[in-house]
Ligand binder design. Structure first.
Ligand code: PLP
Length: 371
């Protein structure tokens, strides 16, 4: 039997009646943009993350963009961001006319290396954009100390890390602004695009709320140039159906990850992901490193057996065509460049069965050391 990398139907099928009821409620209300449905979702999310303000946004990418707008990042300002991450992290910086400063990542945790950041921070650097990649939180204390020392704001790219914790504090509650995504593959996935911003700063929250809707307040008075970054009522209502199950989804992912960490231990051909101390990892991806240049071979080997696996991410951002000559700091990105050749994410979604994960692990053993 094939094992998909992700099967979203398994998660949605038991919720079908609740989704239909939510749709019927929105249809009947005739209110499709923001409104009480979004406000209720924002209250639920603020409580879940443990933050004063949670603001529904059109997508995770827009959440990052609006965060930079809210912080008044100007053309020529610099933002420190990892070179090994999803495109949207750096795309938002460049869209503001700002300069991404490429920071290397730790090869074991895939998280931004603050020692490298320390070497690259400069007088025009205004913000730090850590990415809690694959669902593991960075060290909030180290990040805050770094940011204070260099007078930087922190924009947490928490798109893959809803529910992830450091020292029992949630990602999105510790920085200046947190940015989340409800893209369907995320741990809390919508039925379409959606995002969220979090902050404990009330003035910042007011500004974000304005920017989300063309900088307008009151009606047809514009003190800021914002845009349309609003969340649909329908999306908020559908996400509220899934939110009560999020903890169970996290737990099921963690069980699958624990299985792999145990079963694949001692496999000489791969390097398993590292769980850092004082964290709760939410395993948006379970990403192994394949030794000796065999990554693509292993991927093909799994594909022949019907097992889904994907490369997140095959090209570090400093090497993307559109970022040629853009940004600085690309000279020392050894780990980012190596990871792009080594990483492979295997199925870890909550509804993966024990037979399926056994099949995945057996296939990786069968592939062997081959080193
Ligand atoms: C998914 C993702 C985003 C973008 O979120 P969208 O909702 O797809 O716009 C940004 N950063 C990271 C790290 C992501 O994984």
């Amino acid at each position: 039997m094939p094992v998909p990398l992700l099967d979203i139907h398994r998660q949605h099928q038991p919720l079908e009646n609740e989704f239909k009821a939510a749709f019927a409620r929105i249809l009947k209300s005739g209110g499709f943009i923001l409104g009480e449905e979004v406000a209720a979702f924002e209250r639920d999310m603020a409580a879940y993350i443990g933050v004063d303000h949670a603001i529904g946004i059109s997508s995770g990418t827009d959440a990052l963009l609006v965060a930079l707008m809210a912080l008044d990042i100007k053309p020529g300002d610099e933002v420190l961001c990892p070179a090994f991450t999803f495109f949207g992290t750096a795309g938002s910086i460049v869209r503001m006319g700002a300069v991404p400063v490429w920071v290397d990542v730790n090869p074991d945790s895939f998280l931004m290396d603050l020692e490298d950041a320390d070497k690259k921070v400069g007088p025009r650097t205004k913000a730090l954009m850590p990415v809690h990649l694959f669902g593991q939180a960075g060290d909030f204390n180290e990040m805050r100390q770094f940011a204070e020392r260099h007078y930087l704001a922190i924009i947490d790219d928490a798109a893959q890390a809803i529910g992830a914790q450091f020292d029992e504090q949630m990602v999105g509650a510790a920085g200046t602004i947190g940015a989340f995504s409800f893209y369907p593959t995320k741990n809390l996935g919508g039925l379409g695009d959606g995002g969220l911003m979090t902050t404990n700063d009330s003035e910042m929250a007011e500004k974000i709320i304005r920017l989300r809707n063309h900088g307008m307040h009151p009606r047809y008075h514009h003190s800021l140039v914002g845009g349309n970054f609003r969340l649909d009522a329908l999306q908020a209502a559908l996400l509220r159906v899934k939110l009560p199950h999020l903890e169970a989804y996290h737990d099921a992912r963690a069980k699958n990850a624990a299985y792999y960490l145990e079963e694949l231990k001692g496999h000489g051909g791969i390097i398993l992901p590292t769980l850092l101390p004082n964290r709760r990892h939410v395993w948006n991806q379970f990403t192994i490193r394949v030794r000796d240049g065999k990554r693509d071979e292993l991927r093909a080997f799994l594909a022949e057996r019907g097992i889904g696996a994907e490369v997140y991410y095959p090209i570090s951002l400093d090497r993307q065509e559109c970022f040629r000559g853009v940004g600085r700091g690309a000279e020392t990105l050894t780990n980012s460049h190596a990871l792009a050749e080594e990483v492979l994410s295997i199925p870890v979604f909550p509804e993966l069965t024990s037979e399926e994960r056994q099949q995945v692990s057996a296939a990786i053993w069968q592939f062997g050391y081959q080193g």
